[in-house]
Design a protein around this ligand. Structure first.
Ligand code: ZN
Length: 199
């Protein structure tokens, strides 16, 4: 991976000096306005898609951009969501799915995941999305599952106490996006069907 070391050298030589003032401010302040929850997929780069600077996005990336519904236990996703919403006070939360998602493709097409048991277990968080897609007659339709899954993860987010409180106070807005890798577009999914998110 020598290109990574070369990248760091180029960053320090060409990029950092141009943003030295920004990094000087960020050295002692962390006040992102947005929590971006996306897929771990290497092709979906939040800061690139949104053309945002360091310090603007608090990012959580998981396989399939899944956010488990709240449970009494703790996990890394829950902690990151709570920190962003309750401590950092982000105003917007985005769940971003994407075209050709490996996780959604595996689910939609029923891939054999016996060799990746942790992946199989993790993807169970999309069971409801899978069921709704099938009920709508779209079984096997990856694009339909991607969209349904974004909507379902927004609902899961709202079960987290930190998010529920912020929604009730009108302190945060939830957004569902789908990024298309082939053409670079971002579709914002309608949220009007979820009145509890209207605040
Ligand atoms: Zn993905």
């Amino acid at each position: 991976m020598p290109h990574l070391a070369e990248g760091i050298a180029r960053f320090q030589r060409e990029v950092f000096p141009a943003k030295a003032g920004l990094f000087a401010r960020l050295a002692t302040a962390h006040r992102p306005g947005t929590l971006f929850i996306g897929c771990s997929d290497a092709r979906v780069v939040p800061e690139l898609i949104t053309q945002t600077d360091p310090g603007e996005l608090f990012v959580v990336r998981t396989a399939g951009n899944l956010v488990p519904a709240h449970t009494p236990g703790t996990d890394g996703v829950t902690a990151a969501v709570e920190y962003a919403v309750a401590v950092l006070g982000v105003r917007d939360v985005i769940v971003c799915g994407h075209s050709a998602c490996g996780a959604m493709t595996a689910l939609a097409e029923g891939h054999d995941l016996t060799g990746a048991p942790a992946v199989a277990a993790w993807l169970r968080h999309a069971d409801a999305s899978l069921a709704r897609t099938a009920a709508a007659g779209r079984h096997g339709d990856v694009a339909a599952l991607v969209r349904e899954n974004v909507t379902a993860q927004l609902a899961n987010l709202a079960t987290h106490p930190s998010v529920a409180r912020a929604l009730a106070e009108g302190a945060v807005r939830l957004h569902g996006w789908v990024f298309d890798i082939a053409d670079g577009t971002v579709e914002e999914l309608p949220t009007a069907a979820r009145p509890s998110f209207a605040a």
